[in-house]
Design a binder for this molecule. Structure first.
Ligand code: CA
Ligand code: CA
Length: 334
């Protein structure tokens, strides 16, 4: 075992610290790629019966996009997959990928496998995935003959995720100058009397933003916002965007009905803004003048999926297999 291998294992352990692998509980199947033969629905892939299997129909050979979407009992980061092929050497899965989402609109890649064994009705385990979300999709991207899969069983393990306060490392940008003593930091200083007051921007600019660097990657799901409440400079609409490089920005949701004329906290849920950088963009105020934004705070889920380091599996002397089929102990890849 090389030093680099040890280091990776240690890093994996550190990231997994405080959390332990658990069985992922599925609430329900919310979608699959199409119709199926009677008695062979997608639920047969998770019924615990190794004889029953999913058999979709009316899909052409080499479709390579046979999927099942699961709603999980809560948010997880799924790291491990167990899969049981039927083993007939015709309908056996050879390749699949995992994707995860918090809203079933934006899907994040969670890893893939290209070397599932065929012709065998034995459980196969795959590790090294990082699929974080409330929804999980397995997409079978190849079978041995190109015809639809007969999938006997599937199960997932991973880490249960819980909502945490999002920690902001620093403000890296905002839409322009501001009045002295009214910088964008006033929107996150914990003081409900201080506020952000940008200046020199025309009425109806509707693009007043602050960009935050977060302490780590998060999926931000909830926003709390405190308007000044003067009925002139109050936020009425805003959107969230997230990025990992401040170049490519992804939509994270928007709100069009912020209450005005009131200096009380308002909470908004249902966002899915995933990244290391977070931007709030105020797209409307009640008078069209620049916002006076008293306070902001965010909650969400800590996310390691873009860190370049996968969740660690349990320490083992045997090679750790990554989602792309590589082994951590293979020096060619270190
Ligand atoms: Ca089954
Ligand atoms: Ca403040």
């Amino acid at each position: 075992m090389g030093a680099q291998y040890l280091l990776l294992l240690i890093v994996g352990l550190v990231f997994a610290d405080g959390a332990s692998l658990v069985d992922v509980t599925i609430d329900e199947i919310v979608d699959s790629c199409g119709p199926y033969y009677t008695g062979y629905g997608p639920e047969k892939a998770i019924d615990g019966d190794t004889d029953s299997f999913w058999d979709s129909k009316y899909i052409e050979q080499y479709y390579n996009n046979w999927y099942i979407t699961f709603k999980l009992s809560q948010r997880y980061t799924v790291t491990n997959v167990k899969l049981l092929n039927r083993g007939d050497s015709l309908h056996d899965v050879t390749k699949f990928k995992l994707e995860a989402s918090d809203d079933q609109i934006t899907w994040h890649s969670g890893g893939s496998v290209n070397d599932v064994m065929t012709g065998s009705h034995v459980w196969q385990g795959f590790t090294g995935f990082s699929a974080s979300g409330k929804y999980l999709r397995i997409n079978i991207t190849e079978t041995d003959s190109g015809i639809q899969p007969w999938l006997s069983e599937l199960s997932f393990t991973g880490y249960a995720e819980s909502l945490v306060d999002v920690t902001i490392a620093e403000i890296v940008d905002s839409c322009g100058p501001y009045y002295t003593g009214y910088g964008p930091e006033k929107a996150i200083d914990g003081d409900t009397d201080s506020f952000w007051y940008p200046k020199f921007i025309e009425q109806y600019y509707n693009n007043w933003y602050i960009t935050f660097k977060l302490s780590q990657r998060y999926t931000v799901t909830n926003v709390k916002l405190l308007n000044r409440g003067d009925s002139l400079h109050d936020v009425t609409k805003f959107k969230l965007e997230a990025s990992d490089d401040q170049i490519t920005w992804r939509s994270g949701g928007s709100v069009n009905d912020v209450m005005t004329g009131s200096h009380v906290w308002q909470g908004f849920t249902g966002f899915s803004a995933n990244g290391k950088y977070l931007r709030i963009n105020i797209t409307e105020t009640d008078s069209g003048h620049q916002p006076w934004l008293s306070e902001l705070s965010f909650t969400g889920y800590a996310d390691l999926s873009g860190s370049g380091i996968q969740h660690g599996d349990e320490i083992s002397e045997s090679p750790m297999k990554l989602a792309d089929g590589r082994y951590l102990s293979d020096d060619r890849y270190l």
